[in-house]
Write a protein that binds this ligand. Structure first.
Ligand SMILES: [Zn+2]
Length: 50
């Protein structure tokens, strides 16, 4: 399990079809909406998730 950095939901990273990478770190998302938000401002979300 990993955490969706955008909405804070727990996401099964093996099942998630919405993934993104930032600074060499993998992120999983619950929805395409969250992935899109992250992709627009990755530094904003990766900061709090680290
Ligand atoms: Zn989400």
């Amino acid at each position: 399990m990993s955490k969706d950095p955008v909405c804070g939901m727990n996401v099964d990273e093996n099942n998630s079809q919405y993934r993104s990478e930032h600074n060499g770190k993998q992120y999983s998302f619950c929805s395409e909406q969250c992935k899109t938000k992250f992709d627009q401002h990755p530094e904003q979300y990766s900061r709090s998730a680290a």
